[in-house]
Write a protein of this length. Structure first.
Length: 406
């Protein structure tokens, strides 16, 4: 019987971590925009980053710093991405890490940095470091401290996103908790806009990297809001080892238990991000089954989830199966249109050449009136299946992004 439990919590839920989020007027007055997560001791760490060739300075810095597999603190800010800022931007990231290490009296090589916000602007380093010092003085272990981190990294998000899971490993309770931000410019192809996960599991850096890679493949890599991949996408995990389980050094039952808890947290965060997509009114799961391969199913599902025509039809509560099937057709997956079927929450819209009549359209209209539904495409060509989490595309999305920098 599985011991996995989904519980309330965030980055302070696991043993061995303190955190704080404060306001430093990076971009706006009167809101939190600097976050600090600190482990009691240096701990195992892993991360994944954007595959965008235009990568922000914090990403460039962290890619090298995390290779040691040992991290003790993460400094993050919202309001300024520190992207496309060249050598000065990289030095700003480096200085931020050095100053944080000095403030916390830890090794500089054990500090990571993360930024999100407007591209092309230099970090206001004085304000960032002032915020870092205030956060260092405010560190704590409570749920409110964890929540403050989730709030401090928000940009166009309308609400903070947190998740937590516990699992018994070798008779010891292991906790995995985290938070993420992101509601636009999301097709991560690796992770999320910014995500921070902590755990008290005892696990080696190598196995932590493996677990994170597997969890990301089932969660963040299956998230699409608008099809744009950020310059700053970063997902971090720190493992303190404070749970007291036998260290996980190889695959096996203990590793699978830990992986399942990590995946549960990641999937929860992804679902929250899709629901909070910029201007979103619908949370939609797109599932393609019966494909020739899992890779084909993933291509087809992602194409539907990214299609502006499909997404706007969901906003308009229009069961326009033609847009769905057209996206599958250009996805690169094998498809035979007269073998395919399209369903909305189990109600068929298209069945092997048969088109929904007036009676069936009335049933579909009820599905699309809901805040959440699933679009299923059955290709009837094989056994491949894949799902992507996404949302609709509304008028508000246009307004938010038309005015983002002005």
């Amino acid at each position: 019987m599985s011991t996995l439990k989904i519980v309330d919590g965030g980055v302070c839920s696991a043993k061995g971590f303190r955190a704080a989020g404060v306001g430093a007027a990076i971009k706006y007055q009167g809101r939190k925009d600097v976050a600090l997560i600190v482990a009691d001791e240096p701990c195992a760490a892993a991360a994944v980053f954007t595959t965008n060739k235009v990568a922000a300075s914090p990403v460039l810095y962290d890619r090298e710093a995390v290779k040691s597999g040992c991290v003790q603190a993460i400094l993050a800010n919202s309001g300024c991405a520190n992207a496309c800022t060249g050598e000065p931007g990289f030095k700003d990231a480096e200085l931020s890490a050095l100053a944080t290490a000095g403030e916390l009296a830890i090794k500089p090589e054990n500090v990571l940095v993360a930024s999100t916000g407007v591209i092309g602007r230099r970090l206001p380093v004085d304000r960032l470091l002032s915020g870092m010092k205030a956060a260092a003085k405010s560190l704590g272990r409570t749920a409110d401290h964890g929540l403050s981190v989730a709030q401090a990294v928000m940009t166009t998000d309308t609400r903070p996103k947190q998740a937590c899971a516990t699992v018994s490993i070798g008779g010891k309770k292991v906790t995995v908790g985290g938070c993420s931000k992101g509601s636009g410019m999301i097709e991560p192809n690796m992770a999320t806009m910014l995500g921070f996960i902590t755990t008290d599991a005892a696990i080696t850096p190598a196995m932590l990297r493996r677990a994170l890679k597997l969890a990301v493949a089932k969660s963040f890599n299956r998230l699409v809001v608008d099809g744009d991949e950020s310059t700053n996408d970063s997902l971090f995990i720190l493992a303190s080892g404070k749970a007291g389980n036998q260290p996980i050094v190889r695959g096996g039952d203990d590793f699978e238990l830990f992986r399942s808890a990590l995946e549960a947290v990641c999937v929860s965060l992804v679902r929250q991000m899709a629901k909070d997509g910029e201007g979103a009114t619908k949370f939609v799961t797109v599932t393609v089954r019966g494909a020739r391969s899992e890779a084909d199913a993933a291509r087809a599902a992602r194409a539907v989830a990214k299609s502006p025509l499909a997404k706007t039809s969901w906003f308009g509560r229009d069961p326009n199966w033609g847009r769905v099937l057209a996206a599958v057709g250009y996805s690169g997956a094998d498809v035979a249109d007269l073998k395919a079927e399209v369903f909305y929450d189990g109600e068929w819209a298209f069945r092997r050449g048969e088109v929904a009549d007036e009676k069936q359209l009335a049933k579909l209209a009820k599905v699309l009136d809901k805040d959440e539904f699933e679009v299923v495409v059955d290709l009837h060509l094989g056994r491949g299946e894949s799902s992507i989490y996404t949302c609709d595309l509304s008028l508000d999305y246009v307004h938010i992004n038309a005015d983002y920098t002005t």
